[in-house]
Design a protein around this ligand. Structure first.
Ligand code: ADP
Ligand code: MG
Length: 408
């Protein structure tokens, strides 16, 4: 029916998207997003994969305007922060937290590993503590693992505050999720497919949801996710606070955001080149055999202590993990063909250092905060420069340095 995506603004009835027919572009073209498939096949210039003089970690010389104390957080929340070892706010936290506490919609753009999660989780918890009505928060993420990770952070920061959360992601028992929803948790964290499913089954009610978070916002609004995300947002009240975060943004998605948000404040604390602090280089190889030989030669070096290897397809990921294991480099794999428990086991084995090589599809490219990943290796090149930024952003997090290699 409608041929335009436009969110009616807050106060103006429903917050559904309508597609906007622009004169210059066909409707299909207008909403191609930053992640996923946009440039499938398009070559990224190889010099973008090289950075031989990485800068000092971004936050190093940064003096925040606020201390955590200045935000006026509840005492228990402050205790939880201390327990977690947070002493001073990162740049994005410094700038975003006051705006969020003031009720503003925001677009928060900050480098990978710069603390975007706490930038929204902390003020959200503070608001939940203070609220009088039973209002809830919805966080949408592109992957199950990221949703899980955000729930983990929420639980730590909300410790002893009587705030509860539910994880609504695919691959896990939906009955269990429905039972948890019935206990009316304040925080709903999920991936689009399962959230939509729960809404369609009438098991999830988003009318009390007055805060929306899109983590990895540019990915959430790209073509792959947009239909489901639109459906979900259509179930939210028009009067709400919306918070969008990412390390990357492209103009097409910015335009979509403008329709979704109400007088947003854009906070961009990215350095010029997002991945400036990560050392980057290319590795040339002519054949699959040469690639594998060069990869194992790298992995044999002592300083390759926790290595994340990206390959393109589900089957190539599994095969590479198997080949490496056979060659004497035990590796686990994460991709869409594995069950969720298998995915969790693989990720845990990698996080805890039981296995030092994780081979993954782009399902692991965004958001995952794995401590001390020493190198990221792009065995297959990513499809977009944005995905490249996210992939290599798994290393060099929270003030550490990192190194990335890309096979060409
Ligand atoms: P992003 O979402 O920006 O990629 P994360 O929110 O995953 O980054 O945070 C990256 C890491 O930095 C996490 O391990 C997180 O616990 C840590 N971190 C975030 N903020 C602070 C802070 N203020 N002090 C210390 N560590 C922090
Ligand atoms: Mg993040």
């Amino acid at each position: 029916m409608n041929n335009s995506y436009q969110t009616t603004r807050r106060g103006g009835g429903q917050a559904t998207f309508r597609r906007q027919a622009t004169s210059k572009r066909s409707p299909n073209r207008s909403f191609r997003g930053g992640g996923g498939n946009r440039f499938r096949g398009k070559k990224i210039s190889h010099d973008k994969f090289i950075n031989k003089n990485p800068s000092a970690p971004v936050e190093e010389n940064y003096a925040p305007v606020h201390t955590f104390r200045d935000f006026g957080f509840d005492r228990q929340l402050t205790n939880n922060l201390v327990k977690k070892g947070y002493q001073i706010p990162t740049k994005i936290q410094d700038e975003a937290i006051p705006q969020i506490l003031n009720g503003r919609d925001i677009v928060g753009l900050a480098n990978t590993g710069s603390g975007k999660t706490a930038a929204f989780v902390l003020p959200i918890i503070q608001k939940l503590i203070k609220q009088k009505n039973r209002e809830t928060v919805l966080v949408i993420t592109p992957t199950r693992e990221l949703a899980q990770q955000i729930q983990g952070e929420f639980k730590q920061f909300a410790d002893r505050l009587r705030l509860y959360s539910v994880l609504c992601v695919g691959g896990l028992n939906i009955r269990q999720q429905i039972r948890e929803i019935k206990r009316e948790p304040q925080m709903i964290i999920g991936t689009p497919g399962r959230l939509k499913d729960l809404l369609q089954q009438g098991e999830l009610n988003l009318r009390p949801t007055t805060t929306l978070v899109l983590d990895e916002a540019d990915r959430m609004l790209d073509m792959g996710f947009l239909p489901d995300v639109k459906f979900i947002i259509g179930k939210l009240p028009a009067k709400r606070q919306s918070l969008c975060f990412s390390a990357t943004m492209v103009p097409e998605i910015s335009r979509l955001l403008a329709d979704l948000l109400h007088e947003p404040v854009t906070i961009s604390v990215r350095s010029l080149r997002t991945a400036e602090h990560i050392g980057q280089d290319v590795i040339r190889a002519q054949s699959k055999e040469e690639k594998l030989a060069k990869l194992t030669a790298l992995l044999a070096q002592a300083h390759f202590t926790r290595v994340l290897v990206f390959a393109e397809m589900k089957f190539s990921v599994q095969r590479l993990a198997d080949d490496l294991t056979k060659a004497g480099f035990p590796a686990v794999a994460i991709h869409g063909n594995k069950s969720q428990p298998q995915r969790s086991r693989a990720l845990n084995a990698f996080k805890t250092g039981q296995v030092k090589i994780l081979v993954a599809t782009d399902v692991a490219a965004r958001g995952l905060d794995i401590p001390a990943v020493s190198q990221v290796i792009n065995f297959d090149q990513p499809n977009t420069y944005e995905e490249y930024i996210h992939r290599i952003g798994r290393t060099g997090r929270a003030g550490l340095s990192g190194q990335a290699y890309t096979f060409i």
